[in-house]
Design a protein around this ligand. Structure first.
Ligand SMILES: [Zn+2]
Length: 244
C-alpha cells in the first residue's frame, strides 16, 4: 500500500497570528517541499494514500504534562499516535517515553536537539541521527526508522544521509499551526476539521507550553470519528517500518 505519485497533498493549515511576511515564507516553504517530495517518491512523505484514514503526529516532546495528557486521551479514545521526540528530551524524560511507547504509540526521531539539519555537514547529520537513535533505543529497546527533520527542513543532502542511516523522512500534509496559536483551541481544531482529506498526516506538538492541545485533540478525534476516518499509525498509513 504505497502512496503512489498520483496522490500528493498540498500542505494545509492556517493561522491568524503570523505576519504577512511569515505567512508568505510558509507558503513558499510548502510549495518547495511539495516539489521536493514529488520527485522523491519512496524516501520522503507528506501524506498517505487516498483512503479514509489519517495519522496524528506530535513533535518536540516529551515533557511531563502535555505528552502524558495526549497519551491518556489517545488511550481513552483507542487511537494511535506518532511521537517525534528529540534525543535531548528523551534523555530528560525516559519514563514518559516508555509510557508513550507502552500505550501503543510509535516513538520516532526528531533529531537530537532540533537543529536545522540542512545547515549541518554530512558527518554532523549522521552523528545527530545516530545519537538520537541511541537515546531512544536505550529506553524502548528499538531503533526508529522514521525521521521528521526539525522545521521540516529537508534537502537532498539530508535525505541521502537519512537514507544511509536507515530512515524514511516523514513530514506532514495538515498543520494545526498550534505553535502560532497555542491558546486557541478552536483554531487548532478547526485547521484539521475544515481541511482534512484522505491520507492526511496531521502535525501538532507535545511540549509543556502547548496546554490547549489536549482539548483541541479531543475535538479533532470526535469530529474525524464522526466523519468515519480511521486513525492509524505511520507504519500502516505509509506501508513503511517504524523501527529498524
Ligand atoms: Zn520540531
Amino acid at each position: 500500500m504505497t502512496r503512489g505519485p498520483d496522490y500528493l497533498l498540498e500542505i494545509k493549515g492556517l493561522s491568524q497570528t503570523l505576519t504577512d511576511e511569515k505567512w508568505e515564507c510558509m507558503v513558499m516553504w510548502r510549495k518547495k517541499m511539495f516539489e521536493f517530495v514529488r520527485n522523491r517518491n519512496e524516501s520522503v512523505f507528506l501524506n498517505g494514500p487516498d483512503k479514509k484514514m489519517i495519522a496524528l503526529s506530535f513533535d518536540d516532546g516529551p515533557d511531563l504534562t502535555v505528552t502524558p495528557g495526549i497519551v491518556k486521551l489517545l488511550k481513552e479514545r483507542n487511537v494511535p499516535g506518532n511521537f517525534f521526540f528529540t534525543g535531548i528530551n528523551v534523555e530528560k524524560h525516559p519514563q514518559v517515553v516508555l509510557n508513550t511507547y507502552q500505550n501503543g504509540n510509535l516513538i520516532l526521531s526528531h533529531s537530537y536537539k532540533h537543529d536545522d539539519m540542512t545547515s549541518l555537514d554530512n558527518d554532523e547529520i549522521y552523528m545527530d541521527i545516530k545519537k538520537t537513535e541511541a537515546a531512544i533505543e536505550k529506553v524502548i529497546g528499538l531503533k526508529p526508522a522514521i525521521l521528521r527533520t526539525p522545521y521540516g527542513e529537508t534537502d537532498s543532502k539530508v535525505l541521502s544521509i537519512a537514507t544511509q542511516a536507515g530512515y524514511k523522512v516523514v513530514l506532514w500534509s495538515l498543520d494545526t499551526l498550534d505553535w502560532t496559536q497555542k491558546h486557541d483551541v478552536n483554531m487548532i481544531a478547526q485547521n484539521v476539521i475544515s481541511n482534512v482529506r484522505n491520507g492526511d498526516i496531521i502535525l501538532m506538538h507535545s511540549l509543556e507550553d502547548f496546554t490547549s492541545n489536549v482539548s483541541a485533540l479531543s475535538l479533532i478525534i470526535d469530529e474525524l470519528k464522526r466523519q468515519s476516518f480511521e486513525f492509524v499509525n505511520l507504519e500502516t498509513l505509509l506501508g513503511i517500518k517504524a523501527y529498524q
